[in-house]
Design a protein around this ligand. Sequence first.
Ligand code: SAM
Length: 256
Amino acid sequence: MAAQGRGTGGLADPADDAAAYRAAREVPREGLGAWREAVAEEAGLRPGMTVLDVGAGTGGFATAFREWFGVDVLAVEPSAAMRALIPADDGITVLEGRAEALPVGDGCADAAWFGSVVHHIEDLVAAARETRRALRPGAPVLIRNVFPGRAERDLRLRFFPETADSVAYYPPVEHVVTVFTAAGFHRTALRTLPQESAPTLAAYADGLRRGTDSKLRSLSDAAYARGLDRLRAAAAADPTEKAVSWMDLLVLRADG
Ligand SMILES: C[S@@+](CC[C@H](N)C(=O)[O-])C[C@H]1O[C@@H](n2cnc3c(N)ncnc32)[C@H](O)[C@@H]1O
């Protein structure tokens, strides 16, 4: 994961960090219905196809894709602690590597998935070139991310508005499209989709782990405390409100 921030939310041990990431950041499968539907529509994944999961983290989406679509997954992840938690099975191959130098053969995959990772990639130009190399002609790259100027309905921005300061440095949609277009892709869709992060705002607040989230880590302790107060107040005002957060799905397709 990215380096620790200036607040006190960081975790010292990478293994603790990865376990906390899984507990706090993996969205429960039942909260991802809209994402399952959108990926099905955009990528047409079928059993026997191969999906390249770039920056797979603890494998939440690798296992979801396997369960939803019966695909084989190549899960590429640079962090040993995160990789150790990916449930490898005969359909999920776990690989050490980075987006900029993918440890896979040419034209080996039918789709690529970047889940909350483009803002972590140091050399996006190399990553786009590598993704094009790894994909078959016509294959989609599916980018799930928060983008600057489009994140108002993300729960973290709603309750911790200062997180917008770090999102402002994320690559904007237009930049990602330009970089991938230069590498041999064309843009086909940009959709904003909901996920149910927890059944209530109170449960969402209980599950927050600041050290697992680069946006929350970037806050001062005072800003984080103010955000938690806002969140707890909203949870008390409407104990039935579900914790629904929205993110973008940007889809590009390999030329040819
Ligand atoms: C916020 S996590 C997202 C994990 C997973 N995709 C998900 O949606 O739960 C970002 C992941 O990107 C990985 N990462 C950071 N730099 C990377 C790079 N250059 N190439 C590939 N993955 C990278 C981190 O180790 C981390 O596991």
